[in-house]
Design a protein around this ligand. Structure first.
Ligand code: SF4
Length: 349
């Protein structure tokens, strides 16, 4: 061992607790003091480094790191926080330093980092809490076999070709929340709370820090018309807009077959200036996505007060009140609807 590095989220307790989620500041400080003492007493020659992890709420504390940890580290460097591991996409838009403008993250881990879990599995990622990125079981194969094995090669190829869709790395690289399947399901741990989007936002609110509200907008968006734009404009005036785009199956459950596929509709909606993120709305019942995101607002046109969505309206309103959210219903834009447009198209065909 030639060095020990401490990743420290803030140089004081209150901010540390806010970023880290637990009040472990004293513990970290004690460990740092202990290690310095151990180095002195044992005469062992290793370096002690600190990385300060900066967020938009803590980047003003750089100088404090040098004062608070004076004499306890050979070097202090700083790194912007990022959503390593892909579990917490809200880090990218709520906590990330505003000067960090990277669109796509470049990741070196599959090429130059060995990450072994406590169970003895080789993973691509050292924060792989649910074993989503396991590539080999080192209880069965050697480290060399795992590192040069077919699974690891497959992962590297996915990185080189930028084809990470469906893996945890996709959300991490593209700063988004996307569903992911484990590389080797037999080693993955079940966690229904994976990808929950709201805990960091809750902490920001509790700490009374500047906060961007989250707005959920469900829509089918088969034909984008002024009614959609009106809804999205209202939503964007309230905060960051996540569109819950109905899957093809969800549309079929209450409307005729969509003209465009989910992927085609997604491409259109993603490019609208009022939209920050698109997620899949798998059923016409919004409960799952609302629980996952816990938005501050849900925006829906008044047209759902009657018709096939009326039954899910009340459950959405009840659910939103559980965490203090609000349902906003901009007036339905008279005279425009996808159904009418589709009828017109049929008549002119
Ligand atoms: S891209 Fe994948 S391996 Fe790299 S940091 Fe993100 S989750 Fe980890």
């Amino acid at each position: 061992m030639d060095s020990v590095k401490f990743s420290i989220n803030a140089p004081e307790r209150k901010l540390y607790e806010f970023i880290h989620g637990h009040d472990d500041f004293d513990k970290v400080y004690e460990h740092l003091v202990y290690l310095n003492q151990y180095r002195k007493e044992s005469g062992r020659d290793f370096k002690i480094y600190i990385t300060g992890i900066l967020t938009r709420y803590t980047e003003h504390t750089r100088d404090d790191y040098f004062k608070v940890f004076d004499g306890l580290a050979d070097q202090i460097v700083f790194k912007d926080v990022y959503n390593q591991g892909g579990y917490m996409p809200e880090i990218d838009w709520q906590l990330k330093c505003t000067h960090d403008k990277e669109q796509t993250r470049r990741c070196n881990l599959p090429f130059d980092a060995l990450c072994v879990t406590w169970e003895g599995y080789l993973s691509v990622e050292n924060a792989d809490f649910e074993n989503m990125l396991i590539v080999a079981d080192l209880n069965k194969v050697s480290l060399k076999e795992g590192w040069y094995g077919e699974k690891m090669k497959e992962v590297r190829r996915m990185f080189l070709d930028n084809c990470l869709e469906g893996t945890l790395c996709h959300g991490c690289v593209h700063h988004c929340q996307s569903s992911a399947a484990p590389l080797m399901p037999e080693y993955a741990t079940e966690n229904p709370d994976i990808f929950l989007d709201w805990p960091v936002r809750e902490r920001i609110k509790v700490a009374g820090l500047p906060y961007t509200k989250l707005v959920y907008v469900p829509m089918a968006a088969d034909i984008i018309h002024p009614g959609h734009i009106n809804i999205l404009k209202t939503a964007a005036s309230l905060g960051r807009v996540v569109v819950g785009l109905f899957s093809d199956e969800a549309i079929r459950s209450y409307k005729p077959e969509p003209y465009m596929s989910y992927e085609e509709r997604k491409a259109v909606v993603e490019s609208l200036k009022y939209v920050d993120e698109v997620t899949c709305q798998e059923t016409k019942d919004y409960s799952d996505n609302l629980r996952r995101y816990r938005p501050d607002y849900m925006v829906h046109g008044t047209d759902w007060r009657t018709g096939p969505l009326a039954e899910v309206r009340q459950s959405a309103i009840d659910l939103m009140t559980q965490w203090g959210g609000e349902v906003v219903e901009p007036d339905y834009t008279q005279g425009v609807s996808s159904t009418k447009f589709k009828q017109k198209v049929k008549q002119t065909e």
